[in-house]
Ligand binder design. Structure first.
Ligand code: IPE
Ligand code: IPE
Ligand code: MG
Length: 228
């Protein structure tokens, strides 16, 4: 039987700090190595036929970390921007989900530049979730529904989420050993298959993505119905 490739895969990039600690390094060294995994894993996902890859890179709760670490993480988009030509050449469409108001101007500008430069690409969507939190996204959706005086129902609520243009999450992967969602794509993952692995994100490989997709192919997705 042919392997089904999930249309939308979401990954919680977790374990950078512990990866560094285990090697006697400081946490941000883990973020540096973790950051470098984004491009190869994205390209591999695209080569498999994934339509949308959402990556949780900074949560609305991650502001609670020490200043220096937050500052370092805010530089990730600026680093990404340096490789903008590669994203263009590789036909990846970069999108960003999350709160725009709180991040430094330079961070936001880098994001805007990458998004704009890749908007005419036709390949996989790489949805960078940055200062993203599901509860924040839902509360913004409700505010806008109120402003528009729209009828509140299941479809409207979903339509007003920042991610509504994407297919719902089919497979959600969390490396790092924790078995929780940490405020990530809660509604979008309502029927996602969950895959947890102990490996830290900096050690995550193409092979690990393959294994997750293999496991996904053994899941029986019923959506509340019955399947023999
Ligand atoms: C990266 O992993 C996730 C981010 C918030 C950037 P962590 O920094 O959470 O690493 P651990 O979980 O402390 O090991
Ligand atoms: C989730 O990881 C957020 C990101 C990976 C960006 P955390 O490390 O912040 O989550 P908790 O605190 O373990 O739940
Ligand atoms: Mg963590």
């Amino acid at each position: 039987m042919e392997r089904r490739v999930p249309a939308h895969i979401a990954i919680i990039l977790d374990g950078n700090g512990r990866w560094a600690k285990a090697r006697g390094k400081i946490r941000i060294e883990g973020h540096t190595v973790g950051y470098k995994k984004i491009e190869p894993i994205s390209l591999y996902a695209q080569s498999l036929g994934v339509k949308v890859l959402s990556l949780y890179c900074f949560s609305t709760e991650n502001w609670n970390r020490p200043n220096l670490e937050v500052k370092f993480l805010m530089n990730i988009p600026i680093e990404m921007e340096k490789n903008i030509q590669r994203y263009i050449k590789n036909n990846i469409v970069v999108k960003v989900s999350g709160r725009k108001e709180k991040m430094p101007k330079a961070t936001l500008q880098s994001f805007e530049h990458i998004v704009d430069a890749t908007k005419n690409n036709t390949g996989m969507v790489l949805n960078i979730c940055f200062d993203y939190g599901s509860l924040y996204d839902i509360s913004e959706a409700i505010k806008k529904i109120k402003e528009d005086d729209a009828v509140i129902d299941e479809n409207t609520i979903y339509k007003y989420l920042s991610t509504s243009e994407f297919p719902k999450v089919d497979l959600l992967i969390r490396p790092g050993g924790e078995k929780r969602l940490s405020n990530y794509l809660l509604l979008e993952s309502a029927y996602a298959e969950l895959y947890f692995l102990d490996k830290y994100w900096p050690d995550f490989s193409e092979d690990d993505l393959d294994k997750a997709i293999d496991e996904y192919n053994h899941r029986n997705r019923r959506y509340g119905g019955i399947k023999e």
